[in-house]
Design a protein around this ligand. Sequence first.
Ligand code: NAD
Length: 356
Amino acid sequence: TSVGVPRETEPGERRVALVPGVVERLCAQGLDVVVESGAGQAALIPDDAFTKAGARIGDPWPADVVVKVVPPTEAEIGRLAAGSSLIGFLAPLTDPELAGRLRAAGVLGFAMESVPRISRAQSMDALSSQANVAGYRAVLLAATECTRFFPMLTTAAGTVKPASVLVLGVGVAGLQALATAKRLGARTTGYDVRPEVADQVSSVGAKWLDLGISAVGEGGYARELTAEEQAAQTQRLNSAIAGFDIVITTALVPGRPAPKLVPAEAVHHMRPGSVIVDLAGPAGGNCELSEPGRTVVSHEITIAAPLNLPATMPEHASELYARNVQALLELMLVDGRLAPDFTDEVLAATCITRPD
Ligand code: NAD
């Protein structure tokens, strides 16, 4: 069985779907790994690191399984062999037509976004591994943009108060943001509409902001708020936000536009020099003033809405992602051959191209 690793072509995408350590493990199981020349270059992994791990450098597209990070382009779909499989982020909720195009090309598509969030599939959970990178990176970005210190300082020149950080939406990225901000010495507070998150927030040393709204949906995710709940939330957040130096937002509802949690008015009540980092940019953003993909300044408040923070830390982001892909591949292998068992709930959920 051959596994192809193409070079990612999306502008700014520096990750690669497999790293040498994982290639070595796969080759030891009898797989033939073919890596496109330069596939690891942007993640600082040279071709010869892949060949030393047992891969060949060549054309990855005719392989039995192609592994990618971001969804394939039209041209890339055209290069996939009929009867082959594709593993990667395939945007099943935001670009549902992609599954149809893959099916038409005779390709089995396995979407990393669709891996169920259950204990048994944790090692394959790429949403989580990449969200950890994004949450960490968001705090560093906020610290860089802020005109003030994060930690409390007691110096001969006087004492500096610690920064206060509010994280709105405490899933995987939000929890990592709270933990990272705490390590930098900030005072941290978390808010979410899933009440079960309160314990996780206190476990990373943060306060829980309780606005009295609970909205638990399917599969452990949040549901969209009703218009009434949303109005109440906006009003309560509006007054809470003003007291914070940093607001990091990560609130998402699968397949829906991101909830608008931070109205322009709330931004303008913050102290000049404060910073908002909005991780919900790909779904339209959580802040009314966010411009996805850009950093803007309004009333001396910096609002950053980066679209792909994991790609800015390509070494570890690729390493973690590659382990997620490896775990999924291993679930599909029987004696070194690809034989996905679709009665397995993980594979059934992850494969987005099978007829119902
Ligand atoms: P996500 O990226 O889909 O959303 C981020 C956060 O935004 C979530 O915590 C969500 O509750 C919150 N949110 C949505 N609407 C909001 C609103 N209006 N106001 C405030 N917050 C709002 O979440 P995620 O990080 O992908 O995690 C989703 C779920 O999966 C969580 O329950 C998480 O604990 C769970 N999970 C389970 C496993 C596992 O058991 N294997 C692994 C990872 C995550």
